[in-house]
Write a protein that binds this ligand. Sequence first.
Ligand SMILES: Cc1ncc(COP(=O)(O)O)c(C=O)c1O
Length: 371
Amino acid sequence: MVAPRRIDIFRVTMSEEAVALASSVLRSGYVGEGPMVARLESAFAQVSGTQWNAAVNSGTSALHLAMIAGGVGSGDEVITTAQTMMATSHAILMQRAVPVFADVQLHTGNIDPQDIEHRITERTRALLVVHWAGYPCDMEEIHAVARKHKLVVVEDAAHAVGARYRGAAVGSLSPLTCFSFQAIKHVCCGDGGMLSTLNAEHRERAARLRWFGIDRARRVPSILGEAEWNVTELGYKYQMNDIAAAIGVANLAHLGATLGRHREIARRYRQALASVPGITLLDSKDDRESACWLFTMLAERRVDLLRMLHAKGIAGSVVHMRIDTNDVYGGRRDDLPNLDRFTELHVSLPIHTGLSDDDVDYVIAAIKGGW
Ligand SMILES: Cc1ncc(COP(=O)(O)O)c(C=O)c1O
């Protein structure tokens, strides 16, 4: 009997080199924040085209440090999107600030730049945008609003490592960009994140704040055993350790191949599903290159589609539902019509480096067979 096929929506992309490099750290006698973290930061700068980088223990920590660097404080407002994972708005709450949700574009799931300006008040400090599925937001329009109202732009690029917008790498566009190296992301550290910035001072401050506020680089050694320092600002325990960094360094070397495979799978899905009744593909403009971390589309009768896929061993999912519905942010907003529609329709198909062409054809055939 042929075993039923099982196609996961995600799979961890872990290289053999990651096993070897992490093992060398485990055997080295030093596993804290050290030379491997520095190596990851400089390798990431080279591979991603970002400028100043501070590695941290999660994308969420990077977002919190970005809020601090962006000057977001108690009572401030940050205009953001609800089509994301809760980490995005949690970072705003961590600063005792208030997330203000703008609508999304129905055909990208990204924040709609046209819906930002009327939500700006004298308390607005920053715009925190998310590149849903790895497809870059309309950054030029977002920057234009930010310039006009003197707001800081922070990008949540948890899905978008390797994405490009109008020739420039995501991470080189705005003052502060946050990446996630969590288990199922393109670059896996187990858990980890990166704060990328265009400003050396932001980088220096982030390096302090990721370790209780202590400036590790300028500590003065003391015969007493503990180095001398003066902490001037509240910091956190957000540093990355060398075990996670080693996994990241090795997996980062495969980023090009990982992106290439995700993009190829996305291209196959787009070609095959463009004319399937009941499916609407999301936008794919020529001026930007998605990281294709997810393959999200809009589907009529989504629950029926998911039932059909699951019956065939294919794991479709919404991945993340709108977050404004949570009481921690004050409950569901009723002024986000595109998000309402997106919420009814969006669904993501399997996309990962473990999928063969035959698996992709199997998913396509299942959908073309109807639901
Ligand atoms: C859009 C978005 N932002 C932030 C995060 C948080 O990243 P991390 O899990 O590395 O803290 C995630 C995690 O999946 C995410 O999807």
